[in-house]
Ligand binder design. Structure first.
Ligand code: HEM
Ligand code: HEM
Length: 170
């Protein structure tokens, strides 16, 4: 038994978007000032905003569609920690774009999404630095969570030899 097609497509599309957002902003920091550096930032914002748009239908779908069982079954504390980790991922996919959005708007910039101007919800204010710091902190926690997620998948697939990864395969 696998996750339904919608959940599997969403998982891989959003994993790609989150990974791209992180790579783009990390590569941006290595680029010299110029148009390409600005483009990388724009693409970071676009990937992040797409995550924010897609996470809602994914979450509502997930609430109505329980995940298929892992076989052989996990111990209760393993099930509990996996659930907690996945809930933290959903929370991060909502919080990261919000903090990023608030950070750029507090700096007096509006931000763009595929050529469209994002709505201005707040004006320039004194919190830009703190909000950017919070967003970067969350971004680095997210990188750690993804590393743990990959280790967990590896452990299930290679050592425990259960169906965890097969349930999510496209
Ligand atoms: C899933 C969504 C997102 C992820 C995973 C993410 C992750 C990150 C990471 C890892 C960093 C760099 C942290 C560091 O250098 O220590 C960063 C920086 C930043 N992000 Fe995001 N972000 C996301 C969405 C957004 C969105 C939607 C916006 C704006 C609307 C945004 C605006 C920014 C800004 C302004 C910076 C600082 C860049 C700089 O000045 O070097 N991010 N983000
Ligand atoms: C940026 C990266 C990623 C994010 C944000 C992410 C996020 C998530 C989330 C939120 C779930 C829970 C799904 C649910 O039950 O609603 C999940 C499950 C899963 N992910 Fe990822 N994922 C990422 C990358 C990956 C990668 C690269 C792999 C494989 C190598 C992977 C394999 C899996 C598997 C096998 C599950 C099912 C786990 C289970 O049901 O216990 N993920 N992921």
């Amino acid at each position: 038994m696998t996750y339904c097609r919608f959940s599997r497509l969403m998982h891989w599309a959003m994993a790609f978007l989150v990974f791209s957002a992180i790579m783009l902003v990390e590569l941006k920091s290595m680029l010299p000032r110029g148009e390409l550096k600005r483009d990388f930032m724009i693409w970071h914002i676009e990937a992040g905003m797409l995550v924010f748009i897609l996470v809602w239908p994914r979450l509502f779908w997930r609430i109505g569609n329980p995940s298929p069982p892992i076989l052989p079954p996990l111990k209760p504390f393993q099930r509990f920690s996996a659930t907690l980790a996945h809930q933290a991922f959903y929370l991060m996919m909502m919080a990261l774009p919000v903090f990023g959005f608030l950070a750029i708007q507090s700096k007096g910039r509006v931000g763009h999404f595929f050529g469209l101007q994002l709505p201005q919800l707040i004006g320039k204010n004194g919190h830009a630095h703190a909000l950017k710091h919070d967003h970067e902190l969350l971004g680095n926690i997210m990188i750690g969570m993804i590393a743990l997620h990959l280790l967990a998948v590896f452990h299930h697939h290679v050592f425990r030899r259960d169906n965890t990864l097969k349930r999510m395969s496209l």
